[in-house]
Design a protein around this ligand. Structure first.
Ligand code: AMP
Ligand code: MG
Length: 307
C-alpha cells in the first residue's frame, strides 16, 4: 500500500518527492515550494496542459512574512479566518524581492496565494519543515478533486505516496481573496463568502469561477521584456538562445539530456536570466509538444503573443 506516515512524508518532501496530503478542503499533491524540480513533478503528475499558479500551504503567519508582504489589515483577516474561525481561505499577496519560492510554482507571477490548511496532520507536518508546501488538488487535470484516499489512488494510481487523514470535512476548494489592492477581491468562491468578509471592508467579487486558471489570463503575469521567439534553430544577432537537448551556441540549456521535467523546472528562472542586456531578444529552440512539454509551449506562446 502506498499509504505512508507523517514521518515518512516529511522525509520524502525534504528529498524533493511528492506526497498527497489531507486538508480540510480536498487532498493536495504536495511538494517543497522552493524546489523547481519537485514542482515540475507535480505538474507532470497532474498532466495539465498549462502551468497555473499553485497555492502555498503554510502553518503560520510568520512563515509567510519571510517572503510576502502582509499588511496590518491582511494580518487581521488571517488571524480571524485562519485561527479564529478556522475556515478555508487563501490570500493573494505581493511577493517580497529575493523570495525563495519556485518561479514555476508561481507560474512566473509576482504575487503569491497562501493558505493555512485546517487539518491536524498537515499542520503538524508543516510545523516540522522550513519550507511551504505547494499543493494543488490531488487529481489529474479535468477530473474531480479528491476528497478521500480512495479518490487519490483511483485518480493518480497506486504509485503515489499518500497520508490517510480521513475524508475531507469541507470537500470544496478554498475561497481565494486578492488583498493586493485597496479593495478586497474574491477570485474564487469557497467556504468563506462575501457576507463573511463585508464586515471588514468593501468586497469586490471578480468574476466567480474565473480565478486565474492560467497565468496568461492575468494582468500581472510573467513575460520577458525582450522579444521572445519560439522554434528558433539558429541564433540571430543580439539574441540570447535558450536551448533544449543537444544544440550548439546556446546561452543556457533547459535540459541537455532532453528531460522535459528538468526543462519545466528551469523555464521561468532561465527566461529571467536571459531577459537582460546585451540581449535584444530571446530565442528558444523547439520543445517537443508532449507531456509537460505542452505546458512549456503554452507558456512560451503566451509570452510571444503579448509582444
Ligand atoms: P487550487 O486549484 O485549489 O490548487 O488553486 C490554484 C488556483 O489558485 C489557481 O488556479 C489560481 O486560480 C489561484 N491562484 C494561485 N496563485 C494565485 C495568484 N498569485 N494570483 C491569483 N490567483 C492565484
Ligand atoms: Mg483542482
Amino acid at each position: 500500500m502506498p499509504i505512508i506516515t507523517s514521518e515518512a512524508a516529511i522525509k520524502y518532501l525534504c528529498e524533493g518527492e511528492i506526497v498527497a496530503i489531507p486538508t480540510e478542503t480536498v487532498y493536495g499533491l504536495a511538494a517543497n515550494a522552493t524546489d523547481d524540480k519537485a514542482i515540475a513533478k507535480v505538474y507532470s503528475l497532474k498532466n495539465r496542459p498549462q502551468f497555473n499558479p499553485l497555492i502555498m500551504h503554510v502553518d503560520s503567519i510568520e512563515m509567510v512574512e519571510k517572503w510576502a508582504v502582509i499588511s496590518k489589515f491582511t494580518k487581521t483577516l488571517m488571524k480571524e479566518f485562519w485561527y479564529g474561525r478556522e475556515t478555508s481561505i487563501s490570500f493573494v499577496l505581493e511577493l517580497k524581492k529575493n523570495h525563495p519560492l519556485s518561479l514555476l510554482a508561481l507560474a512566473g507571477l509576482d504575487t503569491v496565494a497562501v493558505r493555512r490548511p485546517n487539518h491536524p496532520i498537515t499542520l503538524n507536518i508543516l510545523s516540522q519543515i522550513s519550507f511551504p508546501l505547494a499543493a494543488p488538488s490531488a487529481n489529474r487535470s479535468n477530473s474531480l478533486s479528491a476528497t478521500t484516499v480512495a479518490h487519490v489512488l483511483d485518480g493518480l494510481g497506486e504509485s503515489i505516496q499518500v497520508i490517510d487523514g480521513g475524508a475531507c470535512s469541507v470537500g470544496l476548494e478554498s475561497t481565494i481573496l486578492d488583498v493586493t489592492q485597496d479593495k478586497m477581491k474574491i477570485l474564487r468562491l469557497g467556504a468563506v463568502t462575501k457576507e463573511d468578509l463585508e464586515p471588514f471592508g468593501e468586497v469586490d467579487h471578480g468574476k466567480y469561477g474565473e480565478a486565474i486558471k492560467a497565468p496568461g489570463m492575468m494582468s500581472r503575469h510573467y513575460a520577458p521584456q525582450r522579444l521572445l521567439k519560439m522554434n528558433v534553430l539558429k541564433k540571430e544577432e543580439g539574441m540570447a538562445l535558450l536551448g533544449f537537448g543537444v544544440c550548439e551556441r546556446v546561452d543556457l540549456n533547459l535540459s541537455m539530456s532532453s528531460d522535459l521535467n528538468e526543462a519545466a523546472a528551469n523555464l521561468f528562472r532561465y527566461l529571467h536570466e536571459l531577459d537582460r542586456e546585451p540581449f535584444v531578444s530571446i530565442g528558444v529552440t523547439p520543445i517537443p509538444d508532449v507531456g509537460i512539454g505542452m505546458a512549456i509551449n503554452d507558456r512560451l506562446r503566451r509570452a510571444c503573443s503579448e509582444e
